[in-house]
Design a protein around this ligand. Structure first.
Ligand SMILES: Cc1cc2nc3c(=O)[nH]c(=O)nc-3n(C[C@H](O)[C@H](O)[C@H](O)COP(=O)(O)OP(=O)(O)OC[C@H]3O[C@@H](n4cnc5c(N)ncnc54)[C@H](O)[C@@H]3O)c2cc1C
Length: 481
């Protein structure tokens, strides 16, 4: 791997954005916007309306050459660079104050090869679009649960979803990537070409370059048996007892997400099973879920994956304010359950939710050193989602406090680190701890490929100042939490 030329990385925090914009416009086939007008506003729109970052330039790329031009111009003018795919990073790391945004939303081509059961996917494709295209061919990609999330951001950090038990994380299904590096070169990374980069991309986030194309393994698994059952909180003990029994014996084919969400009658406990095996085997197994309590609603049966994900569309709606916290726990102990039940009963708004992802089966059988992603043992990834409607009387503090309180209470029960995609900008140490024995190699790849930290806005921040965290890795290896 060649390091970028240091001379091309001269930075000046006072770089004139106007000159950069003119230069970029002369180089791009797509369009570049200054901070005025609808196009600029659309370009800086992200899922979390609480994000206030004001970039200086939005480069709406339509080709790899555009991306190369944007990287080159940003570096030459010392503009902070960021990459925006689906815009769903809750902390808004796809935008930087005074920076240049590489907006990939127009790069959304998908080509499916039914013979090899693979898909070539541009860097700006969302989960929903990919699933829709693959459906026409009777194939499924491995994705997360909300359709508006970007595939690139999801995959680079992990990609928990309804098929984790059967097929692993989204990143376990990545076969190759095309990447524009900090020095403007475009390279391919796969198991044999640039293998270090390929290894690091699978879990190390957007730290190494702009991923302009991804190749995924697809699967022929439809129809699935899946859906949503929502129970009143008064049933919580009995339903969670049943949930824990299901988890203890769940085969790879069953991935069972759980959580709490707002219903018209107040907080409700949800179970979200996805069965990807023989249909006849599912009927006996999943029918018992309804008998765990008295469901407020129950819609589990044969379904298309796309329709399944559509049930979570409300979580993708823009315009609300959000703050997310995460903990990864090895299992749902009585103590952890009590914390989640208290938090569920105390949801501070009808937008807030708890979502507990199920990591098991195929996802756990990938050796920890095979990809950068660091937590490969069975676990539950807990998302504490604080959401609220922005208003003069609600500054969000009580919602954030709810999520912070719950995350703190779960800390003694959790692994070191967490899910890097959901950790906040102030949680760098935790993010680094997430990589366990992979941290040293990951930092070395970062040092070689992006020594000047051009991709500093990635989650997590792996830049040079992160190096002392190698000590944290040793602590992790020694088994302390
Ligand atoms: C409503 C919601 C639901 C979610 N559901 C799940 C889920 O089910 N499973 C799960 O695992 N996670 C889930 N997440 C977390 C999600 O995977 C991360 O927030 C992810 O980073 C979002 O990707 P994006 O492309 O939409 O985000 P963006 O904000 O566009 O990008 C986030 C970061 O990813 C990097 N990045 C994005 N695209 C590229 C690229 N092409 N090249 C290089 N770097 C890039 C950049 O560093 C960027 O700052 C969810 C998040 C939300 C808000």
């Amino acid at each position: 791997m060649n390091a970028p030329r240091a001379s091309s990385l001269a930075r000046s925090s006072q770089a004139p954005a106007k000159e950069a914009l003119d230069e970029l416009r002369a180089m791009m086939s797509g369009r570049a916007f200054a901070p005025a007008g609808n196009d600029f506003d659309a370009g800086r729109e992200v899922w979390n309306a609480a994000v206030t970052h004001r970039p200086a330039i939005i480069a709406r790329c339509v080709s790899v050459a555009d991306v190369q031009a944007a990287v080159t111009v940003a570096v030459a003018h010392g503009l902070p660079l960021s990459v925006k795919s689906g815009g769903h990073d809750w902390a808004g790391r796809s935008l930087r104050d005074g920076g240049l945004v590489i907006d990939l939303s127009r790069m959304r081509g998908v080509t499916v090869d039914t013979r090899t059961r693979t898909a070539l996917v541009d860097g700006g494709v969302t989960i929903g679009h990919l699933v829709q295209v693959c459906r026409r061919h009777g194939l499924l990609p491995v994705t997360g649960t909300v359709r508006t999330v970007g595939m690139a951001g999801l995959t680079l950090g992990g990609g928990y979803g309804p098929l984790a038990g059967k097929c692993g994380l989204a990143l376990d299904n990545l076969l190759a990537a095309e990447v524009v590096l900090a020095d403007g070169r475009c390279v391919v990374a796969d198991a044999t070409t640039n293998p270090d980069l390929f290894w690091a991309l699978r879990g190390g986030g957007g730290n190494f370059g702009v991923v302009t194309r991804l190749q995924y393994q697809l699967h022929a698994l439809e129809p699935l048996v899946a859906g949503l059952a929502v129970f009143p909180m008064r049933d919580v003990r009995v339903v969670l007892r049943g949930y824990r029994e299901f988890l203890a014996k769940a085969p790879d084919e069953l991935t069972l997400q759980m959580g709490v969400l707002g219903t018209p009658a107040g907080p409700g406990l949800f179970l979200f099973p996805t069965w990807s095996g023989e249909r006849s085997a599912a009927e006996g197994c999943l029918a018992t879920l309804a008998s765990l309590g008295t469901p407020l609603s129950f819609s589990i049966g044969p379904t298309a994956y796309e329709d399944l994900l559509a049930g979570f569309d409300s979580f993708g709606e823009p315009g609300r304010h959000w703050a997310l916290r995460t903990r990864s726990i090895p299992e749902l102990t009585d103590a952890a359950e009590a914390i989640l039940v208290e938090a569920g009963n105390g949801l501070t708004s009808s937008r807030s939710a708890i979502s507990v992802h199920h990591f098991h089966g195929a996802a756990t059988r990938v050796p920890v050193g095979d990809t950068a992603f660091g937590i490969r043992q069975n676990h539950l990834m807990v998302e504490l989602i604080a959401g609220w409607e922005p208003s003069e009387t609600d500054d969000g503090s009580k919602h954030r406090a709810w999520a912070d309180r719950t995350a703190k209470a779960l800390e003694p029960h959790a692994f070191l680190g967490g899910y890097p995609n959901l950790l906040g900008p102030g949680e760098r140490d935790r993010a680094l701890q997430s990589y366990g024995p992979n941290l040293a190699r990951l930092l070395e790849v970062k040092r070689q490929l992006d020594p000047h930290d051009v991709f500093a806005s990635a989650s997590p921040a792996l830049g040079q100042s992160a190096y002392p965290a190698i000590a944290a890795e040793r602590k992790f290896r020694n088994g302390s939490r």
